[in-house]
Design a protein around this ligand. Structure first.
Ligand code: F0G
Length: 467
């Protein structure tokens, strides 16, 4: 009999979690303006808000933490990380930062030299988009059409649409200072990009003399998908595939809070020494000296070890398999999810589950409220709250193309029985889905509004009419 292998680790330390009484959860929802960012972590039972910074570190990483060199300049851990980045990615030089968005900020505040310059990507993550827009740029998503259809089946739904990229590079010649590709495509369902697509994007960029940078947050998960799904790649090790991916890039931004298996950290790597020198001066002003970049020596060590550890194929097999079986549990419970499951998360299609709530009444936010109310579970809305916009002239709200809720699975943290509980709660929500109400935003800042927005639930009478 064939059976899936269990977790390739054993538990050494545990952390208590608890389900608060329902009235407490209700009170916290109201107090937090129905924004899950405002719920204290200790009031959450199963936190699937993010896979970022939430990994359980290994004994090897913790042992490395004890060897942190906290010197201001030239800490030994910087050199360890330098060796790791050379070995794993093949980049000769890098700047450490405390998390990914600082790398984005450094890069875009420098390459966007005049308003209206365009940065294409398969899909920009929200911080990437924000860092482009606050620096006067236009962030353009050019993922293939299948990547926007939650039910389309395609092994690499994160791929860049090469025809649209070519058209853009022709039409905007001289106005595209850099092209990005996000591995895996977080905002588009955690879907992978094929090696062939990475190569093709790189070649197009070279043809138009545009630097090509990878948003590398989930590089190892992406490489695992390539090994599993891409013709002619199965015989290579994940480490080899990673080296090949990055051999096509001029640089990368990285949040080590994901596939760095660390709780904090990141870096910006580049083959362009001149650019790195400019960024280094900015880094000193906003983050710290270039051998620590806003991190303690011990954090640099945790990242250095995490980046090597994440290439372990037994780990990746379990990791991607766990997310996949979580998706299968939800499908079995009648919950529409984005297909196929991505690397780090399952994305529920709230538009399909809650057709009685129109997009402008925020169905994905309504579902995330229901998950906390019913089961103390926290997921994150990736729909019109995060990506909705306003018509520039009329101010009319424009909904996002998809209404998803992301249940991200932290690395090495939850067992399958935690995920079975989540599937059970979702099945209960499905059974009473007609009682769910839409929401109205009562406060929304201009940039990254989902972090601090407040909402109120629409009156039940209205819902009765809508149903
Ligand atoms: N790029 C991608 C694809 C990301 O998913 C994130 C973070 C970042 C950049 C920024 O990195 O948080 O270290 O500054 N994603 C987290 C998430 C927040 O929940 O998906 P950061």
């Amino acid at each position: 009999m064939s059976r899936a292998l269990p977790e390739p680790w054993r538990v050494k330390v545990v952390e208590k979690i608890q389900l608060l009484p329902r009235e407490e959860r209700e009170r916290l929802l109201v107090e937090g303006g129905f924004n899950l960012f405002k719920i204290p972590s200790e009031a959450v039972f199963i936190d699937l808000f993010t896979d970022s910074g939430t990994s359980a570190m290994s004994d090897w990483q913790w042992a490395g933490m004890m060897q942190g060199d906290e010197a201001y300049a030239g800490a030994r851990n910087f050199f360890h990380l330098q060796d790791t980045i050379r070995d794993v990615f093949g980049f000769p030089a890098f700047l450490p930062v405390h998390q990914g968005r600082v790398a984005e900020n450094l890069l875009f505040s420098t390459v966007l030299t005049r308003p209206g310059m365009v940065i294409p990507n398969n899909c920009h993550f929200d911080t990437t988009r924000a860092n482009i827009e606050v620096n006067g740029g236009v962030a353009l998503d050019l993922v293939i059409p299948e990547g926007r259809d939650s039910q389309a089946s395609h092994p690499f739904k994160g791929n860049m649409d090469l025809l649209r990229l070519r058209r853009l590079l022709v039409e905007e010649r001289g106005n595209v200072p850099l092209c990005m590709l996000t591995l895996t495509n977080n905002s588009g369902g955690g879907q992978p990009v094929s090696l062939a697509n990475v190569k093709a994007v790189s070649e197009l960029c070279r043809e138009f003399d545009v630097p090509f940078y990878i948003d590398a947050c989930r590089f190892a998960e992406n490489a695992w998908f390539i090994k599993q799904r891409e013709k002619g790649q199965g015989h290579k090790s994940v480490a080899e595939i990673v080296r090949e991916i990055f051999s096509f890039a001029d640089g990368c931004t990285m949040s080590a809070k994901k596939d760095g298996l660390a709780n904090i950290g990141g870096f910006l790597a580049s083959r362009n020494e001149g650019l790195l020198e400019t960024l280094k001066q900015r880094l000193i002003v906003i983050e710290g000296f270039p051998t620590y970049g806003g991190l303690a020596g011990r954090d640099l060590e945790a990242v250095s070890r995490g980046l090597r550890e994440v290439l372990d194929e037994n780990y990746l097999r379990f990791r991607i398999g766990q997310v996949e079986s979580f998706g299968a549990m939800l499908t079995q419970a009648g919950i529409p999810i984005m297909q196929p499951t991505g690397g780090h998360a399952v994305y529920i299609d709230a538009k399909q589950l809650l057709p009685h709530i129109p997009p402008l009444e925020l169905p994905a936010q309504a579902l995330s409220v229901a998950l906390y109310r019913e089961g103390g579970i926290r997921g994150v809305e990736i729909g019109s709250v995060m990506f909705g916009s306003e018509h520039p002239e009329t101010g009319e709200p424009i909904p996002a193309p998809m209404e998803l809720i992301r249940l991200a699975v932290p690395r090495r943290v939850f067992t399958n029985s935690h995920l079975e509980y989540v599937a059970g709660v979702l099945e209960d929500i499905r059974d009473q889905r007609h009682t769910l109400r839409g929401l109205r935003m009562t406060y929304a800042p201009k940039v990254l509004r989902h972090f601090t927005a407040s909402f109120e639930e629409l009156a039940p009478e209205r819902v009765a009419v809508a149903v």
